[in-house]
Design a protein around this ligand. Structure first.
Ligand code: GDP
Length: 300
């Protein structure tokens, strides 16, 4: 078991007759501990560097220097800074879905294969049906994997959404346009478009999804990323962010061992808010993102 960061920092500042003294040397050592904690939580290295730079400035501030327990004060600064980078200052609105458009509001899902895109479509459909009382249509443009289309049909049924049936012989853009046309004619509030993913970044996949984006002009383009991806999350996020104007992120599989560093990396590299987190395989396993809770989880 790792020591909790507060304990680790307290150890750095040795107590002399019960008095903790903060020096330049042990501040540097404390920042090294923070750096280590972030790396252990799988935050990507460039993000850690940038973050430590920001925290260093604050650590030298009066609040930490004059504190009776500088270790704890520094943890406070780190927690606050983490939560604020992940959107705590923006308030709840940052994590909500945008519906301010002529219906249907289109949600385009992007991400690698296996990260939980289709499951997330089911979860979002369930949330929009049950909590928001929206009329929801889903469609899959994954013409490469008929099983993925079947899977979406199944989760849509479970979520109470309608599913737009397609053939894998059709073209993704034609499928999406037909679904949009159907959604308009039948007065759907929301159309969720599931897309094909690959195991790695792939030029053809990027062109295809960017074509879908141009054809549909979705109000939300959600990048789905697996928390277990760890350090690699940053490269994948960068590629998708370069190819598409993302509006938000869904971080899946947070019920696993991952400490959640990917949330910070992906937020940092895209500048887009994490809107939801996936916390189980089941359709009710979707939660609104909470920056403060995530900061605590990252710090362990
Ligand atoms: P896709 O290829 O991106 O569409 O991924 P799928 O939706 O098919 O999900 C891949 C696997 O991840 C499936 O076994 C899902 O049950 C699982 N999965 C998706 N989201 C979560 C989650 O939040 N937690 C857990 N534990 N498993 C998840």
């Amino acid at each position: 078991m790792l020591d909790n960061l507060t304990q680790r920092l307290a150890k750095v500042v040795k107590t002399i007759r019960g008095e903790a003294r903060l020096t330049e040397a042990n501040t540097a050592e404390m920042l090294r501990e923070v750096r280590l904690a972030l790396l252990e939580a799988d935050v990507a290295l460039p993000v850690v560097r940038n973050f430590i730079g920001k925290v260093r400035e604050k650590a030298m501030g009066k609040e930490v220097m004059d504190s009776l327990s500088p270790g704890q004060a520094l943890v406070g600064v780190v927690q606050q800074e983490l939560a604020s980078i992940m959107g705590a200052d923006l308030g709840e609105k940052a994590s909500q879905l945008n519906f301010s458009t002529q219906p249907p509001a289109i949600i385009l899902m992007a991400g690698l294969q296996g990260v939980g895109k289709t499951t997330t479509v089911g979860k979002l459909a369930r949330y929009l049906r049950q909590d928001k009382k929206k009329k929801v249509l889903t469609v899959s443009t994954d013409v490469y994997r008929p099983a993925a289309i079947k899977q979406l049909e199944m989760v849509s049924g479970q979520s109470g959404a309608d599913f737009f049936r397609t053939e894998s012989s059709e073209q993704p853009i034609a499928i999406a346009q037909a679904a949009l046309d159907y959604a308009k004619r039948h007065f759907y509030d929301v159309l969720i478009v599931d897309t094909a993913g690959r195991l790695g970044i792939d030029e053809q996949m990027m062109q295809e999804i960017s074509g879908l984006h141009q054809a549909l002009s979705p109000i939300e383009t959600l990048f789905v990323v697996d928390a277990m991806l760890g350090q690699d999350a940053i490269n994948v996020a960068k590629s998708f962010n370069d190819a598409l104007p993302l509006t938000g992120i869904v971080l899946t599989k947070l019920d696993g061992d991952a400490r959640g560093g990917a949330a910070l990396s992906v937020r940092h590299i895209t500048g887009k808010p994490v809107k939801f987190v996936g916390v189980s395989e089941k359709l009710d396993g979707l939660e609104a993102f909470d920056p403060v809770r995530m900061a605590n989880r990252i710090l362990g």
